[in-house]
Design a protein around this ligand. Structure first.
Ligand code: S3P
Length: 170
């Protein structure tokens, strides 16, 4: 089988990167790599604990290291952490030899999904207005992905099929 580029999912917390990634992995029969899970495995603790004990700067350093390592693989489905694409080194790597998809939703949908989520330190420690601001700041960066998928009006399978259609053509 021809070696294809990795299929990379990016976007805000709550955009369904892990769920859609798993479904894509089954349908395309490609291995799935959830970067948040890799970080937790490597560190032997939850992301919320890493943030609490070591702080965000430490987290971002290991996030960069692990994400870039996984991006060097081929023919995988990879879901990034919500903040990863903001890192210039990660972004360059994603844009160099992968096919990237931004899962885009209305802010109100994302806020409803992530607010007061204990597993997500950034969402847990921010109020609604702060999350809204974070989303609008990140939009510009997320829009640098190769493809934008507007997810709002579609169910999981429709989103997966849209992504597969594009991936197979590229
Ligand atoms: C973060 C998103 C999280 C995780 C960490 C920071 C962010 O990943 O990497 O809590 O800055 O948006 P998910 O998008 O998978 O929740």
């Amino acid at each position: 089988m021809k070696s294809k580029k990795n299929l990379v999912l990016l976007g805000m917390m709550g955009s369904g990167k892990s769920t859609i990634g798993q479904l894509l992995s089954k349908k395309l029969d490609l291995e799935f790599h959830d970067i948040d899970k890799h970080i937790e495995k490597k560190e032997g603790r939850k992301i919320s604990e890493i943030f609490k004990i070591e702080g965000e700067i430490f987290f971002r350093k290991i996030e960069e290291k692990i994400t870039i390592k996984v991006l060097k693989l081929n023919n995988k489905i990879i879901s990034l952490g919500g903040g990863a694409f903001l890192n210039e080194n990660i972004r360059k790597e994603v844009l160099s030899n992968n096919i990237s998809f931004w899962l885009n939703w209305k802010s109100s949908t994302l806020i409803r999904r992530i607010k007061r989520n204990k597993k997500r330190p950034i969402a847990y420690n921010s109020n609604e207005n702060e999350i809204k601001k974070l989303i609008s700041e990140r939009l510009k960066i997320y829009s640098m992905a190769d493809f934008k998928i507007n997810c709002e009006k579609f169910n999981k399978n429709e989103i997966v099929n849209k992504i597969i259609n594009i991936y197979e053509k590229n």
